[in-house]
Design a protein around this ligand. Structure first.
Ligand SMILES: [Zn+2]
Ligand SMILES: [Zn+2]
Length: 182
């Protein structure tokens, strides 16, 4: 079964195909950048206790973006930061995107009504950046597992050509809307 998402106003939709849904990693990232991004888009209230952002990590080649894709905008919190894609129509976060040899997309799942469709949380990341409180994690979990998974899925993705596919660049062009600000 695929995972289907839409922005708050319905202009842009994105999905992770069934193979991606099976192989992806349900993640909570407590890093400061994810939190700053979420807050800048007005979804600070959707962070989990400890200030974590719920994500589903997959390969961009498993994703599709439909609807008015011209509404996608890319922001970087620092010059070499992740590409953080959201929608201009209603400021809904879509995904953090890491292009390259081992491409990765952290699909934002903050507003998912039922996060159990993502399976159990297998990766806790950025624990050092968690807000203090009894719900805050003290250390990362599952990082090695994710690295191994990404390595193998990237290798296989190079065989099948999937590693070269991403829904975020049209005609292989780099994003022209990337801006650095802090
Ligand atoms: Zn929208
Ligand atoms: Zn993060």
């Amino acid at each position: 079964m695929s995972l289907d998402f839409a922005c708050a106003c319905g202009t842009v939709r994105w999905s992770v195909d069934a193979a991606g849904a099976r192989s992806g990693t349900h993640t909570i990232c407590y890093c400061r950048d994810c939190r700053a991004w979420a807050r800048s888009l007005g979804i600070g209230d959707q962070l989990v206790p400890g200030g974590g952002l719920r994500l589903f990590i997959t390969q961009p080649g498993h994703m599709e973006v439909t609807g008015d894709t011209s509404a996608l905008v890319c922001t970087r919190l620092s010059p070499k930061g992740l590409e953080r894609w959201s929608t201009a129509c209603c400021n809904t976060p879509v995904a953090s995107h890491v292009p390259g040899w081992a491409p990765m997309a952290g699909v934002t799942a903050a507003s998912l009504p039922d996060p159990s469709v993502l399976g159990p949380v297998r990766l806790i990341y950025g624990a050092k950046g968690a807000l203090p409180g009894h719900d805050a994690p003290t250390r990362n979990r599952g990082v090695k597992r994710l690295m191994i998974r990404l390595l193998f899925s990237s290798l296989w993705g190079h065989v099948t050509g999937r590693s070269r596919r991403t829904p975020f660049y049209r005609d292989g062009a780099r994003p022209s809307t990337a801006t650095a600000h802090r």
